[in-house]
Design a protein around this ligand. Structure first.
Ligand code: SF4
Length: 406
């Protein structure tokens, strides 16, 4: 591996742009994202103008760089019509260099795209859709407090196919209130039948500050949840999907480039209410994290007053080391050793003793330039992550580091 001395942050990682559109028809009882029930009339024009103004404020931090992916996340971005998405993409291209091959994802929820077909979003510049299906079972969807049913899913999937958008993700959850393993398998079969290129498959967990936390539903026990995960995973494998991250499955060539950039500790500029940025600044030899005000009303007002940031700080070396490993250890390919110093600015010698210890204990293996958890390591992934925690810091929830990861 490299030198024993710390190296400069002199080679910039890929840059992604995240755009937060924070409103939903109503708040789901399990949701801890920064999402808010939409007012009767969406302030679409004010919000879009503020997003472009927000981008301009951070342009000096990304001058001359090329954006490799754009992700419209939420909330429910498909509440914004294609006209507004087109205006935003044109506004980004006028202000930033956007790669002609950029992956450009729109999160959409069934039942919210009646006003515009996916062909209109495709014409606006969207080339990847992430559809929040969660389940195909009408009764389970009701228990989850979702606004859609299986009929709306069918309509949305048909519209995606008609638009010719082949790069399309389905978000699906398992271990839902009262769900049996057979029902989870049925959901996976129906998802595969929709012919997506990517599947995000998550276990429902009860998060603090949600309606489910205040009044928890009865969920399947851990053994049943494990069974669902295993059996559904087998079906996905048989159908040509490969798991590349704890919750992400893709067909060959369709891994989500935007999320991979987060996981590989690339740079991202986040705009909109509550959005996070992580940017490498070679001139200052530092990595900077910025967070916007979370509530859309507060952020919109703050944009006018010029005090739009809730947090703005440089990330210290130990914290960079932790963040670098945190998400890469979720990837099945493991951690790329050659990216450690260029992305953290920290010399390999600072972590070699910790890694040797982990390898000796049999939780990590070092092969072909990659560090991967062993089978034992997957069972103790929290323990591995704790090895890289900055001294004196408790592990924060994953969302504190990647608040915009969907
Ligand atoms: S639709 Fe998604 S973002 Fe909106 S409240 Fe439900 S889970 Fe949260």
């Amino acid at each position: 591996m490299n030198s024993g001395t710390d190296s400069a942050l002199d080679s910039l990682p890929p840059l992604a742009l995240y755009v937060h559109l924070p409103w939903c028809v109503r708040k789901c009882p399990y949701c801890d994202f920064n999402s808010h029930q939409a007012p009767s009339e969406l302030p679409a024009k004010d919000y879009v103008d503020a997003l472009l103004a927000d981008l301009e404020l951070d342009l000096p931090l990304v001058w001359g760089r090329t954006v490799q992916s754009i992700f419209f996340g939420g909330g429910t971005p498909s509440l914004f019509s294609a006209k507004w998405i087109e205006r935003l993409i044109a506004g980004f291209r006028a202000r930033l260099r956007v790669s002609p091959q950029a992956e450009c994802t729109l999160e959409a929820n069934p039942g919210t795209t009646e006003h515009d077909s996916f062909s209109a979003y495709r014409d606006a510049g969207i080339n990847r859709v992430s559809l929040g299906v969660q389940s195909f079972n009408d009764e389970l969807l009701q228990r989850l407090g979702r606004i859609h049913g299986s009929a709306e899913i069918e309509t949305a999937v048909e519209s995606i196919h008609t638009a010719g958008i082949s790069n399309f993700n389905i978000d699906l959850m398992y271990a839902l209130p009262g769900q049996s393993t057979n029902e989870a398998l049925d959901d996976i079969r129906r998802a595969i039948h929709c012919a997506p290129s990517h599947l995000s498959f998550y276990q429902l967990t009860i998060e603090p500050n949600t309606a489910f936390h205040a009044s928890p539903p009865k969920l399947p026990d851990e053994d049943t949840a494990w069974d669902m995960q295993e059996q559904c995973g087998e079906l996905l494998l048989e159908s040509g999907f490969r798991q590349y991250e704890i919750s992400a499955w893709a067909r060959a060539g369709f891994r989500c480039r935007h999320n991979l950039n987060y996981w590989r500790y690339g740079d991202f500029l986040g705009i909109g209410a509550g959005a996070h940025s992580k940017l490498t600044l070679p001139a200052e030899q530092s990595v900077r994290r910025r967070v916007r005000h979370r509530h859309p009303d507060v952020w919109l007002k703050a944009m006018q007053s010029g005090e739009w940031l809730a947090d703005d700080r440089l990330i210290g070396e130990e914290e960079r080391v932790f963040e670098f490993f945190l998400n890469q250890l979720r990837l099945y390919d493991g951690v790329r050793k050659d990216q450690f110093t260029p992305r953290t600015g920290v010399g390999w010698n600072r972590i070699s003793a910790r890694l040797e210890k982990a390898i000796e204990r049999g939780v990590l293996q070092d092969s072909c330039g990659m560090l991967k958890p062993t089978a034992l390591g997957w069972r103790f992934s929290n323990e591995i992550q704790a090895m890289f925690l900055p001294p004196g810091i408790e592990k924060k929830p994953q969302s504190s580091y990647n608040a915009d990861l969907h």
